[in-house]
Each structure stands twice: as structure tokens, then as C-alpha cells.
Design a binder for this molecule. Structure first.
Ligand SMILES: C[S@@+](CC[C@H](N)C(=O)[O-])C[C@H]1O[C@@H](n2cnc3c(N)ncnc32)[C@H](O)[C@@H]1O
Length: 207
């Protein structure tokens, strides 16, 4: 019962639990993956960046500090996370440096070739068709743009007390293969921590 409730909250946080409990769990538990993802995105002045499933919006805020006159866009389908992230990013939002959208990336309308980088942490397990989502990421990137996906590897996930009807874990090898199959080049895995359980995978869209 708790396993299902918690897993559903992780997929799409809602209500007071989402705002006050899930947000704290994400802040603490996802910190190392998020830090590595931000380092690999390496946002620069003038960049246009998209984060899918921004949760509390901390990564958005950090990248907002780096893009100068660029822009960081975020999309998340949780009301609760939208509330938390808007609050955390209010200064950047006011300056037009951050734009947050409430919605599902799979059905969102972003122009092709819009972003220098697209990143996402701890969301791949919830994508209904990860290959198709990766293909769409490829389309919305500019030539030379970068994708960074951060996640806990399938082997580790399967030992965790999570509902596997809600989470669909992905192995690092499968994620690399997926990126290659939709056209990314220079596909690489970057271990996060030293337990072999967490990875960021990256790929480039050909120029
Ligand atoms: C487990 S949380 C991770 C949040 C944050 N990225 C982190 O690592 O702390 C997953 C988040 O992704 C969002 N999400 C999952 N799939 C999504 C999709 N297809 N489009 C938009 N948001 C999505 C959920 O609403 C939730 O806020």
C-alpha cells in the first residue's frame, strides 16, 4: 500500500504530501544525480536549456544563474511541483530567465531545434515510451546540442522498495543504446558516486 502510494507520488507528486514531503525527499535523495547532471549540461551565457520533470526546480534555479541572457525552460506535469518550483525560481521568472510549463513533455509543443541542451533526472522510469521521448528530445535540440539523462540503474532499482508497475527501471546499457538508436553520437555513461548504481548518460546531436 505504502509502496504504491510512494511510487505514485514519485511519478507525479500531488497534494500536501507532494508539496511538503516529496519535495524534501527529492531535495535530499536526488542531490548527487542532480549535481552531476548540472555539471554535464555545463550551461553557458546565452544558452537555451530545457529540463523535463524539474520537480522542486533546484536544477532550473542553478542553471538560471548560469545562462545570463539565455533562458532555462522547464516542464513538469505535477501541480504540486509546479507550485514549489515557481516559488524557488520567482526571481529568475520575473527577469524572464526561467520559464516553467505545467504539462507532459511527450505532448508539449516545443519548436524543433530550440535548445542547446535538454536534461532530465529521475524521470526516465516513468516515460511510457522512452525511445519515443528520446527521439523527441533529439528533435528539439539544436545541431551540436547535448542530452543529459540522470537515473538510478535498473539493477539497483530492482532492490528498492518501489512498485514496479509504476516504476519501469532502465539499465545504463539500455539507455545508451536508446540514445544511439534515435541518432545521438558520442554517447557516453558517467558514473555518479562509486557504487555503480547511478549514472548520467550523454549524447550529442550531429552538427
Ligand atoms: C521522481 S521526480 C524527480 C524530480 C527531479 N528531477 C529530481 O531529480 O529531483 C519526477 C518528476 O518528473 C515529473 N515527470 C515525469 N514524467 C514527466 C513527463 N513526461 N513530463 C513532465 N513531467 C514529468 C513528475 O511530475 C515529477 O515531478
Amino acid at each position: 500500500m505504502w509502496k504504491r502510494f510512494f511510487s505514485k507520488q514519485a511519478r507525479r507528486p500531488s497534494g500536501l504530501f507532494g508539496r511538503f514531503v516529496a519535495s524534501r525527499i527529492f531535495d535530499k535523495g536526488n542531490d548527487s544525480l542532480n549535481t552531476s547532471m548540472v555539471a554535464l549540461v555545463a550551461a553557458r551565457n546565452g544558452d537555451a536549456i530545457l529540463e523535463i520533470g524539474f520537480g522542486c526546480g533546484t536544477v532550473i534555479r542553478e542553471m538560471g544563474d548560469l545562462v545570463g541572457d539565455g533562458v532555462v525552460e522547464g516542464i513538469d506535469f505535477s501541480d504540486a511541483m509546479m507550485h514549489v518550483a515557481k516559488k524557488r525560481n520567482r526571481h529568475h521568472i520575473r527577469k524572464g530567465r526561467v520559464r516553467l510549463t505545467h504539462g507532459d513533455f511527450d505532448t508539449a509543443v516545443y519548436p524543433d531545434g530550440a535548445f542547446n541542451a535538454v536534461c532530465s533526472a529521475n524521470t526516465i522510469y516513468f516515460w511510457s515510451d522512452p525511445s519515443q521521448t528520446c527521439a523527441r528530445i533529439h528533435e528539439v535540440l539544436k545541431p551540436g546540442g547535448k542530452v543529459v539523462l540522470a537515473f538510478v540503474d535498473k539493477g539497483k532499482m530492482e532492490t528498492m522498495p518501489l512498485d514496479m508497475e509504476v516504476f519501469r527501471p532502465v539499465s545504463c546499457a539500455a539507455a545508451l543504446e536508446m540514445l544511439e538508436s534515435v541518432g545521438f553520437s558520442s554517447v557516453q555513461a558517467h558514473a555518479v558516486g562509486d557504487g555503480g548504481a547511478m549514472f548520467c548518460v550523454t549524447g550529442l546531436k550531429e552538427r
